[in-house]
Design a protein around this ligand. Structure first.
Ligand code: AMP
Ligand code: MG
Length: 355
């Protein structure tokens, strides 16, 4: 049985009991899902191999995909990583962005945490989350907590406790429900190598924000993988998809809005004519222009943070309504748009149409 606690983000005294109980479960080696400012995490004691194993089992996560370790304060860092590897640039990033959605990859300290957490790598990703419930839970647990997103592997990450229940109820020790998360996409994962900054995964902290924290540094963004739709047969499983809805999805991208709208509508009309249930993922500015079985206005292009906040719930909604064929509009890849497009590309199995 999965325990369930509803708590108030304001952390009134009624929150105290549930967090202590949840922390006790973590200390006993159980898994507990909890809200962070990015998405819900599925936590376990990072120093306990049996506990970390439960995360991989519950999620069905491949064991070669390392986990991010969450800590409550900088002092906990010395138990996890090689202190000598922390440079002044690392320190600046910690001062600027912690607590917050930035994960730093650093050399792991031998004997500090379970080697399952790092998937056998010599490095570990670590961050301090910026969420009152997460921080209180970490303080009470008094442990470094390994926590990937609290979804079944491959599905969209959870931004509500109900998403966690949908995927993991009965498979984990407990769920702390603190309401909707904030940013909506995961943390930015970075590594500093030879004085240069590599974004391993774009996320809540933007490349622009990183550059302003370290003005002199060279920043490398991850490659943008693309399969042009025209080149590929519609072969499910041809490419490993992540964050994916169950239906077929592709992204339609271009500078000419009229051309994009026209292409999507005729594509959807053709799918409808084939008898498919159809969906369109678009933005508030344009939703009224489309006709499909389900049109989702996912945030506003004028406030891209709102797109990030609503993205995963939107992807899950297509599943809930049994939509088989989805066309998703792309957004500009600046600021948080880089993370949004990174997730959309994966959700769409890298299928992209340029018009
Ligand atoms: P999730 O926890 O599901 O948001 O996924 C964690 C992400 O962080 C994955 O993309 C991992 O590949 C990445 N990550 C975690 N630890 C490391 C590490 N030591 N080196 C590189 N990437 C990492
Ligand atoms: Mg994940």
């Amino acid at each position: 049985m999965t325990k369930y606690w509803k708590v108030d983000q304001g952390l009134g005294c009624e929150t105290f009991e549930p967090i202590i109980e949840a922390a006790m479960l973590l200390r006993r080696g159980e898994t507990v899902a909890f809200p962070t400012e990015t998405v819900y995490g599925l936590g376990a004691d990072a120093t306990n191999t049996a506990a970390v194993e439960r995360i991989f089992l519950a999620k069905g996560r491949p064991s070669d995909n390392p986990l991010i370790v969450h800590i409550a304060d900088i002092e906990q860092l010395s138990g996890l990583i090689e202190p000598a590897s922390v440079t002044s640039d690392h320190r600046k990033l910690m001062e600027f962005f912690w607590p917050g959605p930035l994960t730093l990859v650093l050399p792991v300290k031998t004997g500090g945490i379970s080697s399952l957490v790092t998937a056998g790598l010599t490095t570990v990703g670590v961050r301090i989350p910026d969420h009152p419930v997460a921080l209180q839970l970490l303080r009470e647990a008094k442990l470094p907590i390994a926590a990937p997103s609290a979804n079944s592997s491959g599905r969209p990450s959870p931004t509500l406790a109900s998403h966690v229940r949908e995927d993991l109820d009965g498979r984990i020790g407990g769920i702390v429900d603190g309401g909707a998360t904030g940013v909506g996409v995961e943390s930015t994962v970075i590594q500093l190598v030879d004085g240069q900054l590599y974004i391993l995964r774009p996320g809540g902290v933007t490349a622009e924000q990183l550059q302003s924290a370290l003005p002199g540094i060279q920043i490398h963004e991850p490659e943008r993988e693309e399969i042009l739709d025209s080149e590929t047969p519609r072969a499910p499983g041809m490419k490993y998809a992540h964050y994916a809805p169950k239906g077929f999805m592709h992204i339609v991208h271009g500078d000419d809005t009229e051309a994009v709208v026209a292409w999507i509508q005729s594509d959807i009309n053709a799918a409808k004519a084939r008898g498919e249930s159809t969906g369109i993922l678009t933005f508030e500015e344009r939703a009224f222009r489309y006709d499909a079985d389900l049109v989702i206005a996912c945030g506003s292009l004028s406030q891209p943070e709102t797109i990030a906040q609503e993205l995963y719930a939107a992807l899950r909604q297509f599943d809930q309504e049994g939509i088989h064929y989805i066309a998703a509009e792309g957004c500009p890849e600046t600021g948080i748009g880089l993370a949004i497009m990174n997730r959309l590309r994966k959700a769409a199995g890298h299928r992209l149409v340029r018009v």
